[in-house]
Ligand binder design. Structure first.
Ligand SMILES: Cc1cc2nc3c(=O)[nH]c(=O)nc-3n(C[C@H](O)[C@H](O)[C@H](O)COP(=O)(O)OP(=O)(O)OC[C@H]3O[C@@H](n4cnc5c(N)ncnc54)[C@H](O)[C@@H]3O)c2cc1C
Length: 363
């Protein structure tokens, strides 16, 4: 019997598998397709990402350095207010490459990672879990002490184990223009209901255009209108769900969720790569597969680390729905150099941010 069966080899699953295998747990990972594909993510992350991959992966994954964002209250025809730092805030990276790198580190740590295997059912018993998997050689059932649902926003493990759903899903869509662009600012357009549209320069990899809104039939048309306003014809369109939460519980009797399956995302950007990996580290450290009671330690640890940031992230997101004149005034008043960290809305209230605001008001 395995210690853990991990469902999904995205960032959360591979990071957990690596951490657990490094602690000498027997770990089996199932990924339904090719690792990293299909792409449904911007791969726009804070520079913290480099703490999670080997140094040797930097050049392969890095696409562009970002120093700030221009916030627009409308489309590309409106002027943007710039928020920036003098050092790099974030990077655009190769997201497919990231997933492959993280899966490789899990294998190197001793995890058994099997792609093209789809988990179709999970049964929690009093002393084990049984996981049914469809692979190239047919349907198999594997046993483990615990099942770890890292299977993304529409998690199968979550529904099989009767765990609560996230409160909200957004529909994110993106596409690419292949013209190289090495600018160091992203553009954020508060021009869609309750969220935003974006333009991300990705160096030699071109430019990405995207938006996220509540799911509806009009999402593709909104996206086309946004690209038309920029005068670009994008290719490789893709889309995915963004869960906003978190739910009140992400652990069962012998089951746990990590990453998008647990809605461990930033409500004001939809980003979940780093929150999911931080939660994965808590899970690998806290959970002893022979002691189901330690699932509670994981719940406590990840919530201690992230729930305050997620709560503040919900507050930041409320500003996207303010009337346009108020948004304009607010952006004008606050624009300029900032001292915030993009994964930590709490830094909006930090001493560094206050100092930066004061020094601007004294200019
Ligand atoms: C349009 C868009 C843009 C985004 N941009 C960013 C961004 O710039 N920065 C950022 O931080 N986040 C971004 N995100 C969010 C980010 O993609 C997710 O938070 C992140 O991928 C979550 O990682 P994960 O490992 O939890 O889940 P996933 O990356 O979704 O991985 C889940 C894996 O499980 C596999 N799987 C699913 N079901 C099964 C099954 N039954 N059996 C076996 N395998 C299964 C899937 O194939 C997948 O590989 C974006 C999301 C969208 C939709």
């Amino acid at each position: 019997m395995y210690d853990f069966i991990v469902v999904g080899a995205g960032p959360a699953g591979s990071r957990f598998a690596r951490g657990a295998a490094e602690r000498d747990r027997d770990v089996l990972v199932f990924e339904q397709g090719e690792i990293g594909r299909p792409l449904a993510c911007s791969g726009h992350v804070s520079t913290d990402i480099w703490d999670y991959v080997p140094d040797s992966a930097h050049d392969e994954l890095f696409q562009n350095e970002i120093y700030g964002a221009r916030f627009h209250v409308g489309g590309p025809e409106t002027d943007g207010e710039a928020f920036y730092k003098h050092e790099s805030i974030s990077n655009a990276i190769d997201r497919v490459g990231l997933d492959k790198t993280l899966a490789r580190t899990a294998v190197e740590a001793g995890a058994d990672v099997r792609d093209h295997h789809t988990v179709t059912a999970v049964r929690e018993r009093h002393d084990h879990v049984a996981v049914v998997v469809k692979g190239p050689s047919g349907t198999e059932t594997h046993k483990a002490r615990m099942v770890v649902g890292c299977d993304g926003p529409r998690s199968r493990v979550r529904s099989e184990c009767d765990l609560p759903q996230p409160g909200e899903f957004l529909h994110g869509v993106l596409g690419f223009d292949s013209t190289p662009d090495h600018q160091d600012f992203v553009d954020v357009h508060l021009s869609v209901p309750k969220f935003f549209a974006w333009r991300i320069p990705r160096g030699d990899a071109g430019v990405e255009y995207g938006l996220a809104v509540a799911p509806s039939a009009s999402v593709p048309d909104r996206f086309s209108a946004f690209c038309d306003a920029y005068g670009v014809d994008v290719s490789h369109r893709c889309s995915g769900a963004i869960p906003i939460g978190p739910p009140r519980r992400v652990t069962g009797r012998r089951s746990l969720l990590i990453g998008d399956a647990a809605a461990q995302t930033k409500p004001f950007t939809g980003g979940g790569i780093l929150y999911g990996m931080r939660a994965a580290d808590h899970a690998a450290r806290e959970i002893d597969p022979e002691q189901p009671g330690t699932l509670g330690d994981y719940e406590r640890a990840w919530r201690d680390d992230l729930s305050n940031e997620i709560r503040l992230g919900h507050w930041v997101r409320r500003a996207y729905s303010l009337p346009t004149p108020i948004q304009s005034l607010g952006l004008q008043a606050l624009s300029g150099e900032i001292g915030v960290h993009m994964d930590r809305p709490s830094t909006l209230f930090s001493r560094e941010q206050m100092r930066t605001l004061l020094s601007q008001s004294n200019r």
